[in-house]
Design a protein around this ligand. Structure first.
Ligand code: ZN
Length: 251
């Protein structure tokens, strides 16, 4: 047992008892933290709005060993997620980012840079930046930090650069990325995607996610979503719940 102090973004909060919540937080130093917040459901909660979804809060918790839930002792709100005042799409994109991080990470396993990326994502949604572009940047850079980004440059079979002069390329999520003409027949679950779409995925995954936002044009949006749903579905082995709320990103 140890007392820890850190910054956290709230990913989820569920009822635990008449007066308490179990909250799932994401932190830079400890990765995901699942903790009981005693008294959080009381009218005069000691945590006030610091445990609202996607709030950035400074928290103090007692880390327990093994599978036991940690115990949250303090949470002070630093920044509130405000997209509900803007519209449903940015709100759902924020909730989707929370579900993504919740699903892809393990308790007490830090993922360097992921907290900063998640914070930048919700700040940009709050600032009315294009939800389709913000979401794609989040997905690609989060996959990169998790070590799960597919190869978009070289063939997963032979390691050679992919020919981008032909109109389409083969991509296999289970194979780990793009495959050249010779290697693609040996790959399973191959998608044929437009080379233009591959260029969009490359550009966004190579940008600095904290400093720039590459805008995805409406021409590429449909296929970009198709590829990301396929790639993320392969990693999570199930469809994330919030993906069904993001249809509008395809237009
Ligand atoms: Zn090859």
């Amino acid at each position: 047992m140890s007392l820890e102090k850190t910054e956290a973004i709230v990913l989820r909060a569920v009822e635990w008892s008449e007066t308490s919540l179990v909250v799932t937080l994401f932190t830079e130093d400890f990765g995901k933290v699942s903790a009981i917040a005693k008294g959080a459901r009381r009218l005069k909660s000691p945590f006030e709005s610091a445990l609202d979804l996607l709030s950035l809060s400074s928290v103090v918790f007692i880390a327990k060993s093994g599978d036991s839930l940690d115990l949250l002792t303090e949470a002070k709100l630093q920044r509130r997620f405000r997209s509900s005042q803007i519209g449903l799409l940015p709100l759902y994109c924020g909730y989707y980012a929370a579900e993504f991080v919740q699903t892809m990470t393990e308790n007490h396993q830090p993922i360097p840079g992921l907290l900063e990326l998640l914070l930048k994502t919700i700040e940009d949604l709050d600032e009315r930046k294009d939800p389709a572009s913000v979401t794609l940047r989040f997905e690609l850079h989060a996959l990169q930090k998790l070590g799960l980004l597919p190869s978009f440059e070289v063939c997963v079979g032979c390691g050679e650069s992919i020919d981008t002069t032909s109109p389409t390329v083969a991509l296999s999520a289970s194979g780990g990325g793009v495959a050249c003409r010779r290697c693609s027949p040996a790959q399973r679950n191959v998608l044929r995607i437009e080379t233009n779409t591959l260029q969009v995925l490359r550009e966004v995954s190579e940008c600095n996610p904290i400093q720039e936002l590459k805008i995805v044009t409406s021409k590429s949006r449909g296929e970009v979503r198709f590829v990301m749903e396929h790639v993320i579905g392969h990693v999570t082995e199930r469809r994330l719940r919030l993906i069904d709320y993001l249809e509008e990103l395809k237009r």
